[in-house]
Design a binder for this molecule. Structure first.
Ligand SMILES: [Zn+2]
Length: 249
């Protein structure tokens, strides 16, 4: 894979990193990343993934931009209110990096379509806002053996995990959350969320997506990063594989 002079200029700060370099940047360009939800987590994640030069970004969201999104969903501005989020996101990402292809999918992902929507992805980044969708995404990613980067926020707390549950000693998303699809979902609309927190967790999700593609540093799978930003604290917890889970065969 070759890069134009414009791309070499654009990615210069990646190319000088020993852990990224030309090979890592080429891996990013060749990569296809599916992002579930162009919301508070998806916005910064997509901005950084586009800026980083991920070759193909698939954005899945069936929502339109609402005024109440603008406090944290930094892809969008006032003029986007009422526009489909995936349409506004594709326009914003094209402004950030014209070398990236964005596929806008204005669909709600569910158990019936998840496998088709995730097909061919190198990484799935889930920043959606409801638990049922998270389970559908996680099941499809596990079945297709696609690394899942999962980020969630509420109020002042965030969680981030990377799941490759098909590997013998690593948990899947269900090992972490259990199996109850009716589990109460505390929504941002009900509970509130600090806008900048979604920026932190979305940016971390982008970083872990880049790590999954390039392969640098420590493997985050099997751990959960918890940000407690009322307390100015990050913690890392071990996430064991549940021997009774479907992923344990
Ligand atoms: Zn499992």
């Amino acid at each position: 894979m070759t890069f134009s002079d414009a791309e070499l200029d654009r990615y210069a700060r990646h190319l000088v990193l020993r852990e990224v370099g030309g090979a890592g940047q080429a891996a990013l360009k060749a990569a296809r990343v599916v992002v579930i939800g162009a919301g508070g987590i998806g916005s910064p994640a997509l901005q950084y993934l586009a800026a980083a030069g991920v070759g193909t970004l698939v954005v899945i969201d069936d929502d339109t931009v609402d005024a109440s999104n603008l406090q944290r969903q930094t892809l969008f501005g006032d003029a986007d209110i009422g526009t489909a989020k995936v349409t506004a996101a594709a326009q914003a990402l094209a402004r950030i990096n014209p070398h990236v292809t964005v596929e806008a999918v204005p669909t709600r992902i569910d158990a019936a379509n998840a496998a088709a929507l995730l097909a061919g992805a190198d990484v799935v980044l889930d920043g959606c806002d409801n638990f049922a969708t998270r389970l559908n995404v996680a099941d499809a990613a596990l079945a297709a053996r696609i690394p899942l980067v999962s980020a969630a926020v509420g109020q002042f707390e965030g969680q981030l995990g990377v799941f490759r549950g098909w590997e013998a000693h690593l948990p899947c998303y269900r090992c972490f959350v259990g199996n109850d699809p009716a589990r109460a979902d505390a929504s941002c609309a009900d509970q509130g969320v600090l806008g900048a927190l979604t920026g932190v967790m979305g940016s971390l999700a982008a970083l872990e997506t880049l790590r999954a593609i390039i392969g640098f540093g420590d493997d985050p799978a099997g751990k959960l990063l918890v940000a407690d930003l009322l307390a100015f604290r990050f913690r890392t917890l071990a996430l064991p594989k549940d021997p009774g889970c479907r992923c344990a065969g």
